[in-house]
Design a protein around this ligand. Structure first.
Ligand SMILES: NC(=O)c1ccc[n+]([C@@H]2O[C@H](COP(=O)([O-])OP(=O)(O)OC[C@H]3O[C@@H](n4cnc5c(N)ncnc54)[C@H](OP(=O)(O)O)[C@@H]3O)[C@@H](O)[C@H]2O)c1
Length: 314
């Protein structure tokens, strides 16, 4: 996502080099949305896969979100999860990605005007036709997950989950575990906030989402970076970085949870992959819980108008 939109300028050559380095290191899951830069991200992935060595390209799995409606100026005007729209979005995505199938396909935000059964039913038809391999969900609540799973097998739920965004633990995580659905956790570094690299005085570009995000504002930012300082002490004692510790914490929550890391440069990717060597035992996990208890973050994870689109928060 950050290679095409939302976090200010990105470097195209470095983005492609980062995807190649990820594939070379054994990363196999590439997540995108057709609305990330309005097609820009899918075309970027197309180029990266086309220019990657064949062995790596064949192992790469694509996970695509759809449904967002945009304006010429880049605004978001709603979501369309109706069956005709699902098939139309998929046709364009396949063309942009240059592939004959999408591995996991999911509606980015629940369409309040279309029952989830209809959206999932349309993706199931794409599975039947061979255009999609698996059905995913994004940012939906336990009831919606059950309704979707009653229509067709659901592979995974993509949802924000990190040390400072633990809303899924109460109801959503037990539900997906009961139903045998995996989780792709996004925002494991809370968009860089708990990466250890974000500073109080960082200047953000006008089009950077973080400039509008409640957690990055004034007193909230100060409070949240104090949490990062507490985490840094634990990380340093483990010989790890803050980002590695935050990713390792998500990895430690279960093998059914796959952290989606938003690295957009090779140096960040190398750091993130180092999390695989950070093993947190019960004592480490308890120390992390004390430093950053559930609910410790100040500010919502999205601006108020965007929180309203999250079925997962209802
Ligand atoms: N389903 C959904 O609703 C949804 C929503 C959002 C995202 N997603 C998916 O989840 C993916 C990850 O999301 P995200 O980028 O917001 O999450 P993230 O991994 O929490 O944040 C990534 C940002 O953290 C900073 N960072 C600092 N150190 C890093 C390191 N060692 N490794 C990686 N990043 C580091 C980078 O910002 P700087 O480069 O500015 O330092 C980077 O852009 C997205 O690409 C997208 O595919 C899904």
């Amino acid at each position: 996502m950050g290679m095409s939109a939302l976090y200010g300028e990105a470097d195209r050559a470095e983005s492609i080099a980062t995807i190649h380095a990820a594939l070379d290191a054994g990363v196999t899951l590439i997540d995108t949305g057709d609305f990330y830069g309005m097609g820009h991200n899918e075309l970027l992935i197309n180029e990266a896969l086309r220019t990657a060595p064949a062995g790596a390209r064949e192992k790469a799995l694509t996970s695509v979100k759809f449904g967002a409606l945009r304006t010429v100026e880049g605004g978001f005007t709603g979501v369309d999860g109706s069956p005709n729209a699902v098939k139309n979005f998929a046709a364009y995505s396949l063309q942009r990605l240059g592939t004959d199938h999408i591995d996991v396909y999911r509606l980015a935000r629940l369409d309040p005007n279309v029952p989830i059964e209809e959206t999932v039913g349309a993706i199931a038809e794409l599975v039947e036709a061979g255009h999609v391999r698996h059905i995913g969900l994004s940012e939906v609540n336990a009831e919606t997950i059950r309704r979707a799973a009653a229509v067709a097998p659901i592979a995974d739920l993509q949802i924000e989950y990190s040390l400072i965004s633990r809303g899924i633990e109460k109801e959503i995580l037990p539900t997906v575990r009961e139903l045998g659905i995996g989780v792709t956790a996004y925002g494991v570094l809370s968009r860089g906030l708990i990466s250890g690299h974000f500073t109080r005085d960082r200047q953000l570009a006008a089009n950077d989402f973080r400039g509008m995000s409640p957690r990055f504002q004034g007193e909230n930012l100060r409070h949240n970076l104090d949490l990062v300082d507490a985490l840094r002490e634990i990380a340093e004692a483990k010989g790890a970085t803050v980002a590695q510790t935050a990713i390792a914490w998500v990895l430690a929550q279960g093998e059914d949870i796959v952290p989606l890391v938003g690295a957009r440069r090779r140096d960040r990717l190398t750091e993130a992959l180092g999390a695989l060597d950070v093993h947190l035992d019960a004592q480490d996990l308890a120390a992390i819980e004390r430093a950053v208890p559930p609910g410790a973050a100040a500010g919502d994870r999205y601006p108020t108008d965007q929180m309203a689109h999250l079925d997962s928060e209802r």
